[in-house]
Design a protein around this ligand. Structure first.
Ligand SMILES: [Zn+2]
Length: 155
């Protein structure tokens, strides 16, 4: 029987054991992503706790992505969770700011839509008033007043 090895997905972090001769695709990424083999005996990997495995794989994934490492800190070669957390906090803060901006935009759009609806309602009210005017000559003198009242309300 062939030797087993630990393979992990660089995209989602999923790991599994396969024969070293295999070139597995990540089952969680709909078979689009090639999994990478860890340079470690799978028996060693199995001896580690879940937390140790997570740390080891996180370390491995960071090594594969030098730009993340550079962004965290050029001087720190080792994985540093404190700095990663700080980095992630910054990302979250900028996302929050963006989110606030988007919700402000939504509020503004909401207000605008309400204004448009009010204007539209006022216009149809005006049209209705005009219809009523032509239907009855008695209302002829009241019509302009109503029209102005509607305009003033719409402003
Ligand atoms: Zn995956």
């Amino acid at each position: 029987m062939r030797e087993l090895a630990v393979f992990y997905c660089p995209k989602c972090g999923h790991y599994a054991y396969y024969q070293t001769s295999r070139h597995p695709l990540c089952p969680k990424c709909s078979g689009n992503v090639s999994m990478r083999m860890l340079r470690m005996y799978y028996t060693e990997f199995m001896k580690m706790t879940c937390e140790e495995r997570d740390n080891y794989l996180a370390d491995e994934m960071l090594k594969q992505n030098p730009s993340i490492l550079q962004r965290i800190s050029a001087s720190h070669k080792r994985f540093n969770s404190r700095e990663t957390i700080a980095q992630l906090c910054n990302v979250i803060m900028s996302l929050d700011a963006e989110n606030k901006m988007l919700s402000d935009t939504v509020n503004w759009m909401h207000d605008t839509i309400w204004e448009m609806m009010r204007a539209q309602r006022a216009q149809s009210g005006q049209a209705k008033a005009m219809e009523e005017c032509s239907a009855s000559e008695e209302l002829d003198e009241q019509a302009p007043q109503e029209e102005e009242a509607v305009k003033a309300g719409g402003m």
